[in-house]
Design a protein around this ligand. Structure first.
Ligand SMILES: [Zn+2]
Length: 506
């Protein structure tokens, strides 16, 4: 499906990002009494009550971040954060994160109900105009990670995944550019899998290209979410769990669940939209592509802002940042580009261009540019697998358009010299490809996107905040994170058997 450029516009996107927030404030101001209790232990103890402070209390404890040169060495950054200025007002929506998220989700669902199948209907709506007017006003300070970031400020904050184990984990840098003008808060997260490097470089390039005096809204960039994995050059945490299966987390769960909980509530809860940056896994590489749940109108709108980038539909596995953020009403997409342990310029520059185009489309950047024709949307995809073990050599390139029956690759047994071919079972496009390597029977070698009529997408489902009731993950075939392909079963099993994490196939 080709998306005509006319089918989206900036006000529509902006209203998409801001309406839930505005509705949340207008409908019911959140106060201490409305704090949401997430879960209760068997003893009846409150296991996950969010810490809520009155506005006055918050001002008293918040540190005020000052503009710094983002590139300053770490040792020079500390003095940039000074004691709070009580004259600065916090953004109301972050005062009770969970409460706000709950309202957001409810309002997002209401918007889904209204906007289903009629994206264009928002464009001329009075609400969109109100949002556009509000956005032109002066920005508010951004409250994040115990600090207030004033408008027109670029700064660096620290997220400590587990303050209960001080010293065990390094604080994780969070880059923040809060624009001089009001607008949405866009979050960029990279290296949730510690070996996925392209996103780290994308965040760097995007964040350092922003001018806080010109920006509308705020951009929060977390270059390396999984510092543990990054330091060790693996996708996993030190306990070999996949962090991207543990969102929204659990403050009294496993280490992975606690880290996920902290990140979800301290960072993601402050975002109006999230772009989670990934690459292929295990010696596979991906054509730059968005993974998005196209049954959610707000997510669809977000995908239309990335310019000439392929979109692959999938709701995402339960426990992924994308799936769980969408579940609480924060439009989120995954941007996949390239492979693990590698930095490749074409993937990085594609991603940077896509994100900057999105900033344009969200009206966060002044300069306007359109980037080529939109790429097709793929509503289905399949993995073509190796039927025998041996040495795989590909006969197609990443991004190739292939026909049913076309030769994709050849596998040769190095001992017996027996040879087999992998043929495409569909017309489609190679969205992901295994590097030439030794493979076992069943190895997922080619991810082929199939263009199909939009009607094949499942009906929109209600946005819910009941994470524990989320649907089970789809099969790796139809869906989503390419990195689940060989690790999905193992990782899901590890999630269930908390004390027996299992290493994936590689
Ligand atoms: Zn990943």
């Amino acid at each position: 499906m080709k998306i005509p450029l006319k089918s989206y516009c900036m006000p529509a996107l902006l209203s998409c990002a801001l309406l839930p927030l505005l509705n949340a404030q207008a409908a019911e101001p959140l106060d201490d009494e409305q704090a949401v209790v997430v879960s209760t232990t068997a003893n009846g103890e409150d296991a996950a009550a969010p810490v809520t402070l009155t506005a006055a209390e918050q001002h008293a404890v918040l540190q005020r971040a000052e503009s710094i040169d983002l590139g300053k060495p770490l040792t020079e950054v500390e003095p940039a954060i000074q004691k709070g200025d009580s004259s600065v007002k916090a953004r109301p929506h972050v005062e009770s994160q969970l409460g706000a998220m709950k309202v957001k989700a409810v309002n997002a669902e209401a918007e889904n109900q209204q906007g289903r199948g009629d994206d264009a209907g928002h464009e001329g709506a009075p609400a969109a105009k109100e949002v556009a007017t509000a956005a032109s006003e002066l920005a508010n300070p951004l409250v994040l990670l115990g600090a207030e970031v004033p408008p027109a400020t670029s700064t660096r904050l620290m997220w400590s995944p587990s303050q209960g184990f001080a010293g065990l984990y390094s604080p994780t840098p969070v880059l923040v550019v809060n624009g001089a003008h009001n607008g949405p808060t866009l979050c960029l997260t990279a290296a949730i899998h510690g070996d996925e490097l392209n996103g780290i470089e994308m965040v760097r390039r995007v964040m350092y290209s922003l001018d806080a005096d010109e920006l509308r809204g705020a951009v929060i960039g977390v270059p390396i979410v999984n510092l543990q994995g990054f330091h060790r050059g693996t996708r996993y945490l030190t306990d070999r769990r996949d962090l991207n299966r543990y969102f929204p987390g659990d403050p009294s769960g496993s280490s992975a669940a606690r880290i996920a909980y902290s990140f979800f509530h301290e960072v993601i809860a402050h975002c109006d939209a999230v772009v989670d940056l990934h690459t292929g896994s295990f010696y596979r590489t991906n054509l730059p592509q968005l993974r998005a749940d196209l049954t959610k109108p707000q997510v669809v709108k977000l995908t239309k802002g990335f310019g000439s980038t392929v979109v692959l539909h999938g709701e995402g596995s339960s426990g992924t940042l994308r799936h769980e953020a969408v579940a609480v009403g924060i439009p989120t997409v995954t941007l996949e580009a390239g492979g693990p342990m590698l930095l490749d310029e074409s993937s990085v520059s594609h991603g940077v261009k896509a994100i900057r185009t999105l900033l344009n489309q969200l009206d966060m950047l002044k300069q306007f540019s359109l980037w080529g024709d939109p790429e097709p949307v793929y509503y289905n995809s399949v993995w073509e697998r190796a039927e025998q073990g041996g040495i795989l050599f590909s006969r197609v390139k990443l991004g190739a358009r292939v026909k049913e029956g076309q030769l994709l690759g050849v596998i040769t047994d190095p001992i017996t010299n027996v040879r087999s071919e992998i043929l495409s079972k569909h017309h489609g496009r190679v969205l992901g490809i295994a590097l030439n390597q030794v493979v076992q029977p069943g190895f997922a070698a080619y991810h082929v996107g199939i263009q199909a009529p939009e009607e094949q997408v499942s009906k929109p489902s209600p946005v819910t905040i009941h994470h524990q009731e989320a649907k089970p993950a789809e099969s790796a075939q139809s869906a989503d994170e390419v990195e689940t392909v060989s690790g999905a079963v193992e990782t899901q099993a590890a999630k269930k058997v908390e004390e027996a994490p299992v290493e994936s196939s590689k």
